[in-house]
Design a protein around this ligand. Structure first.
Ligand code: C2E
Ligand code: MG
Ligand code: MG
Length: 727
């Protein structure tokens, strides 16, 4: 049905219903006899009757043109013609107004003429009042019956049209099925909605157009005449839109279906018979999709599209129930990216996000089909291996993960190699409930971090205590700077040959409220991991420079200061600006400050440290490689990085014996070759001093001269040291 006629149809039906309410009969009296024109209406008067009058043919026609009459009492003899002319006019104009002809005319022709032209009745004048009343009553009654009949037919037609309109223009799919569940009617929406015309559907069952999963249910409900549905049903089902109508592209729609059983009226003494089903199906695909999206968002990580912690937890709990039943084993892997913060801080979040997506996809590839991988934090992932034949399988998979990450990731700024620390917890050995397993895998992961990262490790109950300590250490460390708990100790560096203190190395201490004075080995790596190191370095540089400036002002004019830096200081933050600000603030001359870096800075040349070292050197800052000889000690670094000195690690000094030490020999040789200053650290005995001097190393540092001590004690050492060296 087209839509054009619809509003007018509704208006028309509404108008007609109104018109059919209580009604007055309109009667036209046509007579040239004025007393009759007056008396007839009076004689026939009734509250439901209304009379108009006309005295001639032309007046009668004028009245008829103005409206329809329920009855016309028409005189035969009129001044301008006969009553027959009025009947002729009615015939010509297809008017059905009932007419009773009144005539004094004796001749039968007048009567025949009138009845032929459709007059209801013919009365001879003068007639009895009773006769006239009867004729009028009859005519009005008949007209009433005809009108009623016409109204009923019209009403039926209207109602049929209305229902058809409602059904056919409904946005829902409306249909009837026979007892076997086959379509017997479907409204035209079927074509738009599911791509089937009415004739496509005729003879097909409802189940046959549903998606395979829903078919058995629909079949059982609607296509089984033996067990017809007794009650109304409400259910959801899915339909694959007719592929032929969809250009071959599959499209699945979800419908909310309401049905009513149709029963034939019960014959006397017999039960009603089920004849089929009436159904209305509403397309709720959009709502369904919206629901699915909301559920998906709640259970997934937006960035990697992996399950989130919530979904992981659900799956783990389910897997635990199954493992319990089967007496099986499962593993939870806690996977944490090493040094991910660095990428975010250095290259920005977009690069960080890209890297995370890349890592997620490689992790996914390392797992089996039934395993779950979830992203549960910035750079933290959890894997659930639900079905392990042996605990070692978890180790094998962890190994595989580490291996797939070997190849570098290509980012906008170049290639980046990612390593991860993986902690493994096993059910039932390490825990029987989800939270415990996750926490134990987390603790095992921390263990890997502690022992150098880039590896995997099973949970061990001994880790638990470490973990708690570690967490509280982290929390305390965050407060250490603002609570003024950090202090510096100073250890003199001396020239044995010149019997002179050349400078001091500033060594960091933490005055912990519960644990006492802590050495840097206890907290520097934690500070590095949780991103506190650059603030700490900033503080150390400023304090050390300030102390040096005071000593220089107190008569130790040539004194130098060595400060240790972390590799992280070269990765983010502007170390060059920090150093140059401190030098300027404390008005230190060139050559007063040395920075000690480790070989690892040069190995991971991620953010142009060669350039930074060059700029520091231009500020007149010395750069020494600390603990030289313990790392890779590749000579290429010495060529590439403009360093100014080397510090021989104390492990080599400790091993010095009668024959000297070939490594120290080599290091001093290298220093000479590259024109670098050498400092030997960890000197504890006179014997070591002798050996070092013999190997050409004159600058030394160690307990023999002084332990690292507070500033005042160090200043005293400056005075006593030369005397001690004279011995
Ligand atoms: P390092 O730079 O190699 O510092 C020398 C370490 O050797 C110091 O340990 C010092 O106390 C110790 N030492 C000095 N002489 C002797 C000796 O004769 N015998 C023995 N056995 N040891 C001696 P400390 O103070 O515990 O510092 C450890 C490391 O922590 C330092 O090694 C350095 O790498 C790092 N560190 C110290 N202060 C800072 C700092 O302010 N920032 C950064 N990033 N690292 C620091
Ligand atoms: Mg040092
Ligand atoms: Mg050292």
């Amino acid at each position: 049905m087209g839509t054009d006629g619809e509003p007018s149809l509704l208006a028309e039906l509404a108008g007609r219903a109104e018109a059919q309410t209580s009604r007055v009969s309109h009667i036209l009296v046509v007579d040239d006899d004025a007393p009759l024109r007056r008396s007839i209406p009076r004689l026939l008067a009734h509250p439901s009757r209304h009379f108009d009058v006309a005295a001639s043919v032309s007046e009668a026609i004028a009245q008829l043109e103005a409206r329809q009459y329920d009855l016309v009492l028409l005189d035969y003899h009129l001044p301008d013609g006969t009553g027959l002319s009025v009947l002729d006019w009615c015939a010509r104009h297809d008017r059905k107004d009932p007419v009773i002809l009144l005539s004094g005319e004796e001749g039968i022709e007048a009567a025949i003429g009138a009845l032929r032209r459709g007059a209801e009745d013919f009365l001879r004048k003068p007639c009895h009042l009773a006769q006239l009343q009867r004729a009028v009553d009859n005519a009005l009654q008949k007209a009433q019956l005809v009108r009623l009949n016409r109204q009923i037919t019209q009403r039926l037609k209207d109602s049929e049209r209305l229902h058809r309109y409602l059904v056919e223009s409904s946005p829902d799919l409306i249909f009837t099925l026979n007892a076997a569940g086959e379509f017997t009617y479907a409204n035209p929406r079927a074509r738009n909605l599911i791509g089937y015309t009415r004739s496509d559907l005729t003879g097909r069952t409802l189940a046959s157009i549903a998606c395979a999963d829903d078919r058995p249910r629909l079949s059982a409900l609607f296509c089984n005449p033996e067990r017809p549905p007794r009650e109304a049903q409400s259910l959801e089902f899915r339909v694959d839109r007719n592929p032929a109508a969809n250009g071959g592209t599959p499209q699945t729609l979800t419908f909310a279906l309401s049905t009513e059983p149709m029963v034939s009226r019960a014959a006397a003494g017999k039960a009603a018979r089920f004849v089929g089903t009436y159904g209305v199906a509403r397309d709720i695909s959009d709502r369904k999709r919206a629901e699915e999206i909301i559920v998906y968002q709640a259970y997934h990580d937006q960035l990697t599209r992996l399950p989130n912690r919530l979904l992981f937890h659900d799956r783990l709990e389910l897997a635990l129930v199954q493992a319990q039943r089967r007496k099986g084993t499962l593993a939870v892997l806690f996977i944490d990216l090493d040094r991910f913060k660095l990428v975010n801080d250095t290259y920005g979040h977009a690069e960080g996000d890209q890297l995370l997506r890349g890592v997620a996809s490689r992790l996914r590839q390392s797992l089996r089909k039934g395993d779950t991988l979830a992203r549960v934090g910035g750079d933290e992932f959890l894997a659930l291996l639900p079905d392990l034949a042996h605990p070692e399988d978890a180790e094998r998979i962890a190994g595989k993960i580490l291996q797939t990450l070997n190849a570098p990731f290509r980012l906008k700024h170049g290639e980046f190699r990612v390593t991860v620390s993986i902690g493994i917890a096993l059910y039932p050995k390490d825990g029987e409930i989800a939270d415990v397993l996750i926490q134990h895998a987390d603790i095992a992961m921390y263990q890997v971090k502690r022992s150098g990262k880039n590896g995997h490790c099973f949970f061990d109950p001994a880790h638990n205590a470490n973990y708690r300590q570690r967490v509280s250490l982290e929390n305390d460390l965050r407060l250490a700077l603002e609570r003024d708990q950090l202090v510096l100790a100073f250890q003199p560096q001396v020239s044995v040959g010149r019997r002179q203190v050349l400078g001091t190395e500033a060594l960091l201490r933490w005055q912990h409220p519960d644990h006492g004075l802590l050495n840097p080995t206890a907290f520097i790596s934690v500070a590095e991991e949780i991103g506190l190191i650059s603030g700490i370095s900033h503080w150390v540089i400023d304090q050390a420079c300030g102390q040096l400036a005071r000593w220089r002002a107190h008569g130790h004019a040539d004194l130098r200061m060595a400060v240790n830096l972390s590799p992280r200081d070269f990765e983010h933050g502007d170390i060059v600006a920090t150093v140059s600000d401190a030098i300027a603030a404390h008005r230190l001359p060139r050559g007063a400050l040395d920075l000690e870096i480790t070989e690892s800075v040069m190995m991971h040349d991620t953010s142009s440290c060669a350039d930074k070292i060059g700029r520091l050197r231009q500020l007149g800052v010395g750069i020494a490689i600390d603990d030289f000889g313990t790392g890779f000690s590749a000579l290429v670094y010495l060529q590439r990085f403009p360093v100014s000195g080397l510090k021989i690690d104390r492990s080599f000094v400790r091993e010095l014996n009668g024959e000297g030490n070939p490594i120290i020999n080599a290091i001093t040789g290298i220093a000479r070759g590259f024109n670098l200053e050498v400092v030997a650290e960890g000197v504890e005995t006179e014997g070591q001093i002798g050996h070092l001097r013999a190997l050409g190393c004159d600058t030394m540092q160690g307990f023999y001269f002084s332990h690292p001590v507070p500033a005042e004690a160090a200043e005293e050492a400056f005075h006593h040291m030369p005397a001690r060296l004279l011995n």
